[in-house]
Ligand binder design. Structure first.
Ligand code: HEM
Length: 266
């Protein structure tokens, strides 16, 4: 017996996909569809980003000579996705505060705050917090994934190991650092990075892509806060935080502080 021919909708599971948008408001309220679709699109982008980040990290750990070029190529894709993710906030900003209020109370305590994939991305980038894991039920997909990422080296760790393999004198305690700890500035790493920027074009390019990434994540956070401010003002969030005031505290914190620190030393 031959397999049935592959079709567009069969391959992409279009019927299943289109059955996943289920508004909670009566009517339902017109704008709830946009709200659901855009969040689902973000979750798909988060999934794709994690897929690509894992590849970049593997490539930086790889000993093949051209792996840095492939890592850069993948980082370029990540940065392009990030730009699209920031731009997509424009769509949600077409929803006015009153339009959001037509269904907001139906969200109850649901909030992007509970996105495990967003936390996975943060973990991978070195922003790790154990309470984020405990929010999910034991044995759930989200908790298992977060637990796994919590113990894994961050992208910065992979980068430090890569620099060491490239012949730079990264201090052994930094190579063996606790991958759960926050990424702190290091004057030793800064001296290495200044050297890279002055004499090593290939790796300086890689550093610039990491700065793009850091700036891109901060840009998303900034745009999200502004969207929150214009949509709900100073009201608390559905996730139970102070809302925009909480989110404002998360902006402007660099992921890779050494890469910013050296700008004034060049
Ligand atoms: C009208 C649109 C939106 C509003 C009013 C809004 C509001 C908020 C608020 C107030 C918070 C703080 C946590 C809380 O208490 O709920 C938050 C967090 C968050 N939101 Fe949104 N949000 C919106 C759209 C989105 C979209 C489209 C995404 C995409 C996935 C998103 C992702 C997140 C994430 C990841 C957090 C956690 C940020 C962190 O802890 O650093 N939000 N949001």
């Amino acid at each position: 017996m031959t397999d049935p021919a592959v079709t567009y909708s069969g391959y992409l599971k279009v019927d299943e996909l289109l059955s996943l948008q289920q508004p909670r408001s009566q009517g339902p309220e017109h704008d709830e569809m946009l709200f659901i679709v855009i969040h689902q699109v973000y979750e798909l982008w988060f999934k794709e980003l994690l897929h690509e980040f894992d590849r970049v990290r593997r490539m930086l750990e790889d000993h093949e000579s051209d792996s840095v070029h492939r890592a850069q190529h993948t980082l370029k894709r990540i940065l392009t996705i990030l730009k699209v993710m920031v731009a997509q906030l424009d769509i949600l900003e077409t929803m006015t505060p009153l339009e959001f209020l037509t269904f907001r109370q139906r969200l109850e305590a649901a909030s992007g705050f509970q996105s495990d994939q967003f936390r996975q991305i943060e973990f991978l980038l070195g922003v790790k917090a154990e309470p984020s894991i405990r929010r999910f039920p034991e044995g759930s997909r989200a908790r298992v994934a977060l637990q796994q990422r919590y113990g894994e080296p961050t992208l910065w760790d992979a980068f430090l190991h890569y620099l060491s393999r490239e012949g730079y004198d990264v201090p052994p305690p930094l190579l063996a650092r606790d991958v759960v700890a926050a990424i702190e500035p290091s004057s030793h790493v800064q001296r290495i990075l200044v050297e890279v920027y002055r004499r090593d074009t290939k790796n300086a390019e890689l550093c610039e892509r990491l700065v793009d990434l850091d700036e891109g994540v901060q840009e998303w956070r900034y745009r999200h806060v502004k969207m929150v401010e214009r949509t709900i003002g100073a009201k608390p969030g559905t996730g139970g935080s102070a809302g925009a005031a909480y989110l404002r505290e998360t902006i402007g914190r660099p992921l890779f502080p050494d890469l910013w620190e050296i700008r004034s030393q060049l």
